[in-house]
Design a protein around this ligand. Structure first.
Ligand SMILES: O=P(O)(O)OC[C@H]1O[C@H](OP(=O)(O)OP(=O)(O)O)[C@H](O)[C@@H]1O
Ligand SMILES: Nc1ncnc2[nH]cnc12
Length: 176
């Protein structure tokens, strides 16, 4: 059985002093490890019966796309500010090491859609909660959120659960 955690590299003090950066590039570069991670996400996602995957810019695209294909669901990119060409809904948010803005195309998700958020990692939950608020503003149902990595000590997954979101992850790292 492959140990996914051992394929994640930790780089101290990136992008700021005090942050332990959990680098998925080493997991992605391992063909077997990446396949095991995607398959595990698909198995978590299947019972949620979703019709749209919302993948968060940029590392979330790497996991969201293969999961969407496996489920036969469409994929909607939730993008950082200024990247989407059409009319957008947007929200500013804070994350573990900065602030940013997340945007969705108007009309990309509609009332009645069952949406699943996918990203590589949840830390404070600022990014994922911004995505939840955009989806709810658009009238979609947030059926769940799946992350490769949870940093539980930063509280994001609990924050999402308190907001009524079904959250799961493939692995957790203690500390920051
Ligand atoms: O739970 P939070 O504290 O919000 O942090 C998690 C977010 O931080 C990282 O994205 P980043 O903004 O660094 O963007 P990237 O995917 O483009 O590298 C990660 O991919 C998550 O989206
Ligand atoms: N510690 C961390 N490592 C990698 N990505 C992150 N996004 C937010 N915090 C992070």
């Amino acid at each position: 059985m492959i140990d996914l955690k051992s394929l994640v590299r930790t780089i101290p003090d990136f992008p700021k002093p005090g942050i332990e950066f959990r680098d998925i590039s080493t997991l992605l570069a391992d063909g077997e490890g990446f396949a095991v991670a995607v398959t595990a996400m698909v198995e978590l996602a299947r019972p949620l019966n979703v019709d749209r995957i919302i993948a968060i810019d940029a590392r979330g695209f790497l996991f969201g796309a293969p999961v969407a294909v496996a489920l036969g669901a469409g994929i909607i990119p939730a993008r950082k500010k200024g990247k989407l060409p059409g009319a957008t809904l947007g929200v500013d948010y804070a994350l573990e090491y900065g602030t940013d803005r997340l945007e969705l195309h108007v009309g990309a998700v509609l009332p009645g859609h069952r949406a699943l958020i996918i990203d590589d990692l949840i830390a404070t939950g600022g990014t994922a909660m911004a995505c939840v608020s955009l989806l709810r503003e658009a009238g979609a149902e947030v059926a769940g959120a799946i992350f490769a990595i949870d940093l539980p000590d930063l509280g994001g997954a609990n924050r999402m659960r308190e907001a009524g979101v079904n959250v799961s992850s493939l692995m957790a790292f203690a500390g920051h």
